[in-house]
Structures are given as C-alpha cells and as structure tokens.
Ligand binder design. Structure first.
Ligand SMILES: Nc1ncnc2c1ncn2[C@@H]1O[C@H](COP(=O)(O)OP(=O)(O)OP(=O)(O)O)[C@@H](O)[C@H]1O
Ligand SMILES: [Mg+2]
Length: 143
C-alpha cells in the first residue's frame, strides 16, 4: 500500500448534480492506494452519508481526508443550520428531511447511525445556526 495521502473536496449545498462526487473520489484514492476492499467500502459508505448530509442540510462544506499506514481519517465540516440535538439526530429513523428530499430517496434517518456503524472512531459536533463537524477514523490493520 502507498504510504500516505491527503486531500480536500469542496461541497456545495443543494448541488445534487455533484452529489457523491467527493465520496466517490475518496473511494478511488483508497483503491489506488491498495486499501483492502472491505475497508474501502466502509469508508465510502461513511463518506457518502456525510457528504449527502452536507449537501442536503448545509450551505457549503469541505471534506478533508488523511490516509496513513495506520488509519483513514475524514473530516467533513460545514456551514449551515447545524444540529440542535445530536443525540436525537443519531437516533435511527429520525429525520428532518423535507418531502422533496424524501422523493429523491433520502431522509430515512439512517445516515448518521450508518456512519457510526462503519467506522472505528466517530465524532460529531455542531453549533446550532453555524454548522456541523463530523470526523471519523477507520483503522488500517497491518497484516
Ligand atoms: N450536516 C448537517 N447539518 C444539519 N443537520 C444535519 C446534518 N447532518 C444531519 N443532520 C440532521 O440529522 C438528521 C439525521 O441525519 P441522518 O443522516 O441520520 O438522516 P437523514 O439525512 O435525515 O436521512 P438518510 O441519511 O437516511 O437519507 C437529519 O434529518 C438532519 O435533521
Ligand atoms: Mg443523511
């Protein structure tokens, strides 16, 4: 596996044309680095859900990734409405998605719980009215 890599993707709120581009690019970076496919899959799921949340609920954001031999770390930071109650937002099935978002197939309230399930370390913080920061780490075990 190539030793390390880092990069940044910019995310624009409501830009559904580009939705999935950042997480898709991260997936290819990891594949090209030789990260095991099961790990790539977990990272891609987590990154996609976080990317979609920024696109759906925020005005703009960035996704930054760092990959070393030990771990994949992804930070998604956005400017937007923020999350008033993190515990509630983490509840399976809880969603504030409006109808037009549900019509696109989102809004099951499973994104955040799904991110948590797929990563080794999960951190979510938010300032209501300002924005949200989600950070996750997936350990890369040495074989
Ligand atoms: N970046 C964010 N900014 C503001 N609110 C957010 C953000 N991410 C999540 N939320 C809030 O947390 C709720 C739960 O998020 P989660 O991703 O679990 O479900 P969802 O996006 O509603 O549906 P799904 O992910 O299943 O399509 C959202 O409905 C929204 O109210
Ligand atoms: Mg979501």
């Amino acid at each position: 596996m190539t030793s390390s890599s880092e990069g940044t993707f910019f995310l624009t709120g409501k830009d559904f044309v580009k939705a999935g581009t950042a997480s898709g690019s991260l997936k290819r970076v990891l594949e090209d680095m030789g990260v095991p496919s099961a790990v790539v899959r977990r990272a891609a799921i987590a990154a996609f859900e976080a990317e979609m949340n920024t696109i759906i609920y925020a005005v703009a954001g960035i996704m930054h990734y760092y990959v070393t031999a030990e771990m994949i770390k992804v930070v998604i930071q956005d400017m937007g409405q923020g999350i008033e109650n993190i515990e509630l937002a983490m509840t399976e099935g809880y969603s504030t998605a409006p109808d037009y978002i549900r019509e696109m197939g989102f809004g099951s309230g499973m994104g955040l719980p799904n991110i948590k399930k797929n990563v080794d370390k999960f951190m979510l913080s938010s300032v209501s009215g300002e924005g949200t920061t989600l950070e996750f780490i997936i350990n890369l075990e040495k074989t």
